[in-house]
Ligand binder design. Structure first.
Ligand SMILES: NC(=O)c1ccc[n+]([C@@H]2O[C@H](COP(=O)([O-])OP(=O)(O)OC[C@H]3O[C@@H](n4cnc5c(N)ncnc54)[C@H](O)[C@@H]3O)[C@@H](O)[C@H]2O)c1
Length: 305
């Protein structure tokens, strides 16, 4: 199949591109390189530098390339910045998607796979979150991802374009950008590898569900041949505190660093974890790389860079 991947120079979608190429698909990557990097691009993929908010250009690309499937990962991903500048977030995550879909419906494409969020989708509810729970995103970022799902549902109803929205928990692994506000494993690992001492926000007891990027890429592979249409949580249903992340990364690094804490970030969600039984049922997906093994791999990657 010919698959157009948006955001394929970034962390997650570069692994998705690798996985698709590995099993023989043809891959075209579209990315504006705002946070992605050329060194993440698989040389077997065709790369087109373009911004999904540039309606004319992205539509020309889709009409010319005529992919069978669009795998959509390009997005603005910073929750904090989305609060400061919700228009920028919506421009990228909502208008960008509509620019793509308005061209895609003409081809028409066979399927859209979109990266959504599980962590920022459900609001403050009792964990683990499942897909039957009401989506109540509390940030412009979560709202734009939910809007994307509702639009995909609209294109499915009106134009019969099947879609799968993969609601990831906190994804981690090699190539993750350590300079954003999220990606605590990448931030800790990069700082410790450089001999610096990271500071933990708040008391470090907040928990998150960490899913390894290779498992996420496999969900994108399984989604290609599934008849399922709708939203699926992709997580581990395991909650790990920031203090545990700190200690695990430090141990693997062989770093003896004293734990230091700063003030709590206001509005920070206390717990988060995703039930993945629906993904198991419809895709046959479940996480394979546990947290200890995943951190070991990430630390090895940072040490050998
Ligand atoms: N990292 C996580 O834990 C996580 C969790 C849930 C969902 N997601 C979603 O997964 C996707 C990928 O996230 P990531 O962590 O790999 O981030 P990333 O920043 O590494 O990847 C995003 C990619 O999209 C590109 N991009 C951004 N805006 C663009 C635009 N307007 N036009 C073209 N390209 C653009 C960037 O250059 C980058 O290569 C995003 O949609 C994100 O919302 C990530």
């Amino acid at each position: 199949m010919k698959i157009l991947i948006t955001g394929g120079a970034g962390f997650i979608a570069s692994h998705v591109a690798d996985a698709y190429l590995e099993i023989g698909h043809e891959v075209v990557i579209v990315d504006n390189l705002s946070t992605g990097e050329k060194k993440n691009l698989n040389p077997k993929a065709k790369f087109i530098k373009a911004d999904i908010t540039d309606k004319k250009k992205i539509q020309e690309i889709i009409r010319k390339e005529r992919p069978d499937v669009i795998n959509h990962h390009a997005a603005h991903i910073q929750v904090g910045y989305s609060v400061k500048n919700p228009q920028f977030d919506a421009e990228n995550n909502i208008i960008g998607l509509l620019n793509i879909m308005e061209a895609a419906k003409e081809i028409p494409i066979k399927k859209v796979i979109m990266a959504a969020t599980g962590g920022a989708m459900y609001g403050n509810k009792v964990t683990p979150f499942n897909e039957e729970m009401k989506a109540e995103p509390l940030s412009p970022y979560g709202i734009s991802k939910r809007a994307g799902e509702l639009y995909l549902n609209y294109y499915h109803e009106l134009y019969q374009i099947p879609f799968i929205s993969l609601r990831y928990s906190n994804v981690y692994g090699p190539r993750q950008n350590a300079h954003g506000e999220s990606g605590v494993i990448a931030i800790f690992a990069e700082m410790m590898a450089e001999g610096k001492a990271p500071v933990i926000n708040g008391d470090g007891t907040h928990t998150r569900d960490y899913v390894y990027v290779e498992d996420v890429a496999r969900a994108n592979v399984l989604a290609l041949n599934s008849d399922f249409v709708g939203e699926l949580n992709i997580g581990t249903e395991t909650e790990i505190s920031t203090n545990e992340v700190f200690r695990k990364v430090a141990t693997e690094m062989g770093a003896e660093i004293e734990e230091k804490h700063s003030a709590e970030r206001p509005g920070e969600q206390v717990t988060s974890s995703l039930n993945y039984s629906k993904a198991k049922e419809v895709l046959g997906w479940e996480p394979r790389v546990n947290f200890d093994e995943g951190v070991r791999r990430v630390v090895a990657w940072y040490k050998n860079r």
